[in-house]
Design a protein around this ligand. Structure first.
Ligand code: PLP
Length: 376
């Protein structure tokens, strides 16, 4: 008997602590964590600098409302903007879905302020942008809409890597295109370089905002600070969450100044968004991640080669966001992996997904590969 609503199928393991890339259950059994809370624990578990900042900040101030000045937000915003654009601004919230909501609202408001009737959005089949109504409407997975209709009006879905399918959905009322450069929940599907370049041309030609959802791919996950930086892309808006707080709940929207200006006092807000505790933790995460990007690239490359050498299916993804497409449903494999001390996850039915902490080392990759070889 449980008092929890039955939203999740839970794997019957109780983790009670973690250290680095390892998790421990109540019996003291050790597990290699290759999912990191779905890309959240970017610095692994019990990172000394995170413990230290949580202790010291919680002794000073955990929360202050957005009615007052917030130097912790200022500090973190400056760090994020420096990675993004010469002149941009940040809005803080608490999760991925909220960051997408804010991005959609900002995009519509921007065009309204310009006196243009542009309010529609194009997103992609198999995309995932969150579970609240705006972000769910942007999500191109009909099965996630079922039972919750009607969706927010104005969304249509193109095919990833098919630029014609995007052009077909564009009209004078299109406000923005929202895309993950690697679809996470949809099965670690990479947008091709060529497609993204065509998309960049399209948004410039048609005067449309480019919104890149970096909730999963951002903050070093793919080996660049933001995943769009692998390509020749200049998004107007990006959304962040998951890895940003290293486990502290925080989300953010970054927008170039011209667009950001459309949020003015009263336009949008959040009670918890960007509180001192979350921001001071995220600030440490950002500092640490900036220093380990070459490491992410190197271990990511090593891991990808090892996965390919298993010869068990198509290997997809970049950096430490990798997928192995199996030819059968992979739920059973995940259970077997956990029984053997490796925590991974299955997405889009047949794709084993790997999102280890960014501090993972080659020796941990070797351990994971040994377990995978044994169970596959
Ligand atoms: C996880 C995810 C979201 C939603 O984030 P939540 O924090 O669960 O609301 C949005 N977009 C992408 C790309 C994601 O991977």
């Amino acid at each position: 008997m449980s008092y929890l609503m039955n939203n999740y199928t839970r794997i019957p393991v109780k983790f009670i602590r973690g250290k680095g890339v390892f998790l421990y259950d109540e019996k003291g059994i050790e597990y290699l964590d290759f999912i990191s809370g779905i890309g959240v624990n970017s610095l692994g578990h019990s990172h000394p600098r995170l413990i230290e900042v949580i202790k010291s900040q919680s002794e000073k101030l955990i929360h202050v409302s957005n009615l007052f000045e917030n130097p912790w937000q200022e500090e973190l915003a400056e760090k994020l903007v420096k990675e993004f654009h010469a002149s941009a601004k940040v809005f803080f919230c608490n999760s991925g879905t909220e960051s997408v909501e804010a991005a959609l609202k900002l995009a519509r408001k921007y065009w309204k302020d310009k006196g243009k009737n542009k309010w529609r959005f194009v997103s992609f089949e198999k995309s995932f942008h969150g579970r609240t109504y705006g972000s769910l409407s942007a999500t191109g997975q009909p099965n996630l809409h079922t039972g919750f209709e009607p969706m927010v009006p104005g969304f249509s879905y193109a095919k990833l890597n098919d630029i014609d399918s995007v052009y077909k959905l564009i009209d004078d009322e299109t406000a923005g295109i929202i895309i993950e450069v690697i679809q996470g929940e949809g099965g670690v599907n990479e947008a091709s370089k060529r497609f993204l370049e065509e998309l960049q041309n399209l948004v410039e030609d048609k005067n449309i905002l480019l919104i890149i959802d970096e909730v999963q791919t951002g903050i070093g996950r793919t080996g660049k600070f933001f995943a769009y930086q692998h390509f020749n892309l200049t998004p107007h808006i990006i959304t962040l969450a998951k890895g940003l707080g290293g486990g502290a709940p925080i989300g953010a929207v970054l927008a170039v100044d011209e667009v950001a200006e459309s949020f003015s006092p009263g336009s949008h807000g959040s009670t918890f968004g960007g509180n001192p505790l979350a921001c001071s933790v995220a600030s440490v995460v950002v500092d640490e991640v900036r220093n380990i990007l070459p490491h992410v690239k190197e271990v990511g490359r090593y891991f990808k080669e090892k996965l390919i050498s298993l010869n068990k299916g198509k290997v997809k993804g970049k950096g430490l966001m990798l997928g192995l497409e199996t030819d059968t449903e992979c739920k059973e494999i995940v259970l077997k992996a956990v029984e053997n001390g490796l925590v991974i996850n299955c997405t889009a039915g047949k794709v084993l997904r790997f999102l280890p902490p960014l501090i993972v080392e080659k020796k941990h990759v070797d351990m994971a590969i040994d377990i995978l070889r044994k169970i596959l």
